[in-house]
Design a protein around this ligand. Sequence first.
Ligand SMILES: [Fe+2]
Ligand SMILES: [Fe+2]
Length: 250
Amino acid sequence: MQRTPPNLDNLLRKATAARHGRAKAVTASETIRPPSRIIRTAFTDVVSQLLHAERATGEMCRLIAGRSGNPLADVLLNDQANDERHHAELYESYLARIGDIRPIDSRLSEALDAMRETTFDAEAIIAAFNVVLEGEAVKLQQDCIDRFTYPALTRIIQSIGRDEAGHVAFGHTFLKGAFSDMTSDERFGIYRHIRHFWQTAAAPPGETGSLFATILTRRRSRNTWPPAGIIIMPRCNALALIHESEKAPV
Ligand SMILES: [Fe+2]
Ligand SMILES: [Fe+2]
């Protein structure tokens, strides 16, 4: 059965309005309080991963724009790709002032490759980045503000957070009813794909584990590594990918 096309007019109006209030990149004259020497590498590593995640999300939005089966959704996905590029530029301008951009974390890179190479259709891909990149990554950015109270970084992250709220809303609106005609096996298959993506990005670090993975999982100690399913389940429930009454598939 063909599902009712989602009403995206309102989101398109909001996305257009939001473009007028965009945050400015960090300039040479903005005051920067650089982190102390001890945490400098760990700090630039975390912010650099946020930059790499923005670049990858933008790339994925461009990849699926044109494949959503809905012309308005394609416009919004292109808008979103532009937002993500802008977010990446904001982080890049900040890191340029700090004086260091770190390479992408190998786990994050592996996870993003897995997401890029999927054979799932547009709905599943949008669900994956709604849950992981737009959902959990936004929390991660909030955690960064809480841990690193640097004014320029806070300004950037707060502005990015406002755009990301719009992206999450797009995912929820676009995906409303998208999984209702699927069998539970089909839905569970998409859930496992999303869980794999999260598990790869947020795998427990070894002895030399990165601060990035620690923040990603809001881990308190080596013995309390939160299972991937517990973290992503509320977002999967919200998209009706997994019903509240269903047990998490293994
Ligand atoms: Fe973003
Ligand atoms: Fe986004």
